[in-house]
Design a protein around this ligand. Structure first.
Ligand SMILES: [Zn+2]
Length: 256
């Protein structure tokens, strides 16, 4: 059984055909999905999804791009929402994106810290997005994770080995996406080969980042099988072993 640890099922092109997409996922042994919140509007649809589908869990959080329009989403706001819904099992996605910088750096950082405080108080995993912001992401996680009781999942990892190593040292889990199947991802493959299997999760980030051979198309959870296949060649082990480990890691981290 495979778990897609990060997808955006509320996005219109997926939501409009969700029954079919969930069926195709099941046909490919992808039995659980975690649909990740990005805005308050997105959360309204996520509530409908987790109510309807037994095998889909959700998160609550504001994507770093969207923080400029969600000033009021602070620790208390996040905790109050999470407590209302038992199928909301993580906080995020939050973090820092200095590549696009759709929201000001200062605003992103403030929101990131509020999400960290909430995850700490709720004792649930924090799902972190980091792009062109390795140093700042690490510094904030390290300094706010004072008692090392924060559960951190760095999603769609594309960073350097040095970044991975530092994250592992503060107890993070790391999730890999279809990017590892892309042609010019040799350096990333090399980094991933050095991340212990007991710290790895897999994700699609649907509808983005469809793995080869579907690159360029709209991504969906069933395509995760290509990422698993590539991961088995990178880690020089069987697909079954990759599935066993990544699924167990997810269950332990999210306690389902
Ligand atoms: Zn995402």
């Amino acid at each position: 059984m495979i778990i897609d640890s990060h997808c955006h099922l509320d996005f219109t092109n997926i939501y409009n055909q969700l029954d079919d997409i969930v069926d195709r996922a099941k046909d490919n042994d992808v039995n659980y999905l975690l649909t990740i919140c990005t805005t308050l509007k997105s959360f309204e649809i996520i509530k409908l999804i987790i109510n309807k589908y037994k095998n889909i869990y959700g998160t609550f959080g504001i994507h770093p791009h969207e923080t400029k329009d969600h000033d009021h989403v602070n620790k208390k706001f996040i905790c109050d929402i999470k407590k209302k819904y038992s199928k909301i099992i993580g906080i995020g996605e939050t973090g820092l994106d200095f590549y696009y910088e759709n929201s000001e750096k200062k605003v992103q950082k403030k929101s990131f810290i509020e999400h960290i405080y909430a995850a700490q108080e709720l004792n649930v995993p924090l799902i972190v997005h980091s792009r062109n912001a390795e140093t700042e992401t690490y510094e904030i996680l390290k300094s706010e994770n004072k008692n090392f009781n924060l559960k951190i999942l760095l999603h769609c990892f594309t960073g350097s080995y040095n970044f991975a190593k530092k994250l592992l040292d503060i107890g993070c889990h790391i999730s890999v996406s279809g990017i590892i199947t892309f042609k010019n991802s040799n350096e990333l493959s090399e980094t991933v080969s050095n991340i212990p299997l007991n710290k790895l999760l897999v994700e699609t980030d649907s509808p983005y980042l469809a793995p080869a051979p579907h690159r360029g198309k709209s991504n969906e959870p069933s395509y995760i099988v290509h990422t698993i296949e590539k991961l088995s060649s990178i880690k020089k082990t069987t697909k079954e072993n990759i599935i066993l480990n990544t699924t167990n890691n997810f269950k332990k981290l999210f306690q389902i």
